[in-house]
Design a protein around this ligand. Structure first.
Ligand SMILES: Cc1ncc(COP(=O)(O)O)c(C=O)c1O
Length: 410
């Protein structure tokens, strides 16, 4: 829940923040037209890549401007204590509300890589040294595990059978009594395959292992309830589906695990009394914020709070329904164009993006990406495929414009 204190956006903020309940009916093109004005880029470009970078909203821009105005006239005490720290707390609370956590189970970290690196320093690898992961994870996860190989970690990587999915049973089959962690992305960044997490959590916990979820492509677009699911750790960031800009990422830690986790990467903002300037010992906070370290990317908390507010205002259930409708339409358009879809067709397995392979392979995909950008159609490319990722504010017209442009280029 957002507290009264921190959901207020501070003095001088020019407009009321809608925080009402999510609309009860699914959004159609007509209903989203009011939201489209919130994202100026939509008037100029066919923006279909929220899986990579969510667009800047008027709300986030106004909040960024508010930060600059405050900075211009205030000293650090007023700027940080009265405005910046509450804004960071608003981000924690909003992200927690999105994933079914409590705010004190959420730390703000600079990136998923930084949060994961810090978390890994908490584990004594003499007892359990194995991490089970898959070859469809975002590589930064593996880089952190590889770095920990220097202190004995063993990374056991399950191969995808087809470059689209990862079978939960394959992950489960690798869990043994040396397994520290099963690490998975909830929505795979290339194919958008959604992992079925409950059996993984159940098997991992039965074997005494933890489950870590990289949710960068899930939070904000596919509902999740971390408490109900029982995952131990979850990482995500503000810049994609949450439309919050760079520099703010989140680490969720299951409440009962927090006291025993003592990161080696620390800083004053992770201590109980940062402003006591006490050098006599290290007294980490009792909540997940023990994973926070030095001075925050404070300006980014303003833009992140704006993006999170929009996602909460629309509601993740509503976003999910709209996303499924739009991604189904992308698949239909790709089929009509005779292009291969390398994303699950089944709704319950499909996340927020659709990967469409280009017949001429990687170099053609690169060429088409740039040609589309010149035509103001914004998508991105991984290997031989384009990733098309509509958010709730996109329309069927956006999709048609994208495929018309594609047809002219193929
Ligand atoms: C699933 C996933 N995890 C992590 C990252 C990168 O995280 P960060 O740059 O915050 O370390 C990305 C991509 O940007 C991603 O898609």
């Amino acid at each position: 829940m957002l507290s009264e204190e921190t959901s207020a956006f501070g003095p001088g903020y020019p407009r009321a923040m809608p925080t009402g309940p999510a609309p009860p009916t699914p959004l159609g093109d007509a209903e989203v037209s009011a939201w489209r004005d919130e994202f100026p880029v939509l008037a100029r470009r066919t923006y279909l890549i929220s899986a990579s970078l969510g667009p800047l909203s008027r709300r986030s821009r106004e909040l960024a401007q508010q930060h600059l105005d405050l900075w211009e006239r205030l000293g650090p005490e007023e700027l940080w204590v009265d405005h910046g720290l509450p804004m960071l707390q608003a981000c924690r609370e909003r992200f927690a509300a999105l994933i079914g956590a409590d705010a004190d189970e959420v730390a703000i970290v600079p990136s998923v890589s930084a949060g994961l690196s810090s978390l890994m320093t908490c584990f004594d690898l003499r007892e359990r040294d194995k991490v089970v992961a898959s070859d469809m994870d975002f590589p930064t996860n593996h880089y952190v595990y590889r770095a920990n190989e220097r202190r004995g970690l063993k990374l056991d990587v399950v191969a995808s059978p087809d470059g689209v999915r990862v079978d939960e049973d394959d992950l489960i089959g690798r869990i043994d009594d040396r397994t520290l962690l099963v690490s998975t992305n909830r929505s795979l960044f290339e194919s958008s395959w959604l992992m079925d997490l409950p059996p993984v959590v159940e098997a991992a916990h039965a074997a005494g292992a933890y489950v870590l979820v990289d949710d960068f492509h899930g939070s904000g677009v596919v509902p999740i309830d971390v408490h109900a699911l029982g995952v131990d750790f979850l990482l995500s960031g503000a810049l994609k589906w949450l439309m919050g800009g760079q520099g703010i990422a989140f680490l969720y830690v299951r409440r009962d695990l927090i006291p025993a986790l003592e990161p080696l990467v620390v800083g004053w903002f992770g201590t109980r009394e940062p402003f006591a300037f006490d050098r006599s010992g290290l007294h980490l906070r009792d909540d997940a914020r023990r994973f926070e370290t030095g001075t925050y990317a404070m300006p980014q908390a303003f833009t992140a709070a704006g993006g999170l507010d929009i996602v909460l205002s629309v509601g993740v259930e509503t976003i999910r329904a709209r996303s499924l409708e739009l991604t189904a339409a992308v698949i239909e358009l790709a089929d009509e164009a005779g292009l291969e879809v390398a994303t699950p067709r089944r709704a319950e397995r499909r996340g927020g993006l659709v990967r469409v392979r280009m017949p001429g392979g990687r170099s053609q995909a690169e060429h088409i990406l740039h040609a589309l950008l010149e035509r103001d159609v914004v998508v991105d490319q991984r290997g031989d495929a384009l990733r098309i990722s509509p958010h709730f504010f996109n329309t069927h017209d956006d999709l048609r414009r994208c495929f018309d442009a594609l047809a002219a280029l193929l």
